[in-house]
Design a protein around this ligand. Sequence first.
Ligand code: SF4
Ligand code: SF4
Ligand code: FES
Length: 222
Amino acid sequence: MIELTIDGTKVRAAPGTTVLEAAREMGIVIPTLCYYPGLSSYGECRVCLVEMVKGRGRSSLEASCALPVEQGQVILTSSAKVKKARRVVVELLLASCPSSKTLQCMASNMGINQVRFKIKPRECILCGRCVRYCKEQMRSGGIGFTGRGTARRVTTAFGHTPEECRNCGGCQWICPVCERACTADSLVNGLCGGCQNLAHVETCEICTGCSESVGAHGHTVY
Ligand code: SF4
Ligand code: SF4
Ligand code: FES
């Protein structure tokens, strides 16, 4: 077993475990987007950033879903540096996909009340969940990435539904952008106020980042 320290608590984890998995085992909430249980780690969206302390005042920000546990590792999951970096990441993602309810809820939970980047809707955050689901779960190659840089997108070969596609609908179901669209009539600076999203929302203690909507009355989450 590998021994590491997460948020000041010593924890033991099996080799091959990621820091995200080890932290969630402890009940620590780390938001995720491109990570999905059962699919390979992609490490693309960066909302799961944690701070890896290296000593002598040095540290680095790492994607916890793609970071394997190591002996003696010291990890901080909610330091000021982590919170700031995650907020910037979510703001950037919202600027490209303001209609994603998942992203709007995540922004609300982080207390984000403005998006400082230019809004350029493209309705895909390139998280690759759909591509990995299609390949790894459906054993199909119906969709894939094409292009580079700003031209990068998910598509089918030649824009047609390929023969390999099993019409399972999984690629849509698993997409954090298509899954649930924000239905607010208008977004203010990329943020949704339609469901009082600008108010801080408390998170259940057992939250695993499901992004389901909950309400809060006083200090009670229902
Ligand atoms: S609907 Fe087709 S492209 Fe989408 S996950 Fe299923 S097999 Fe792949
Ligand atoms: S279509 Fe959806 S699941 Fe696929 S890469 Fe884009 S945001 Fe991710
Ligand atoms: S969830 Fe870790 S990088 Fe996307």
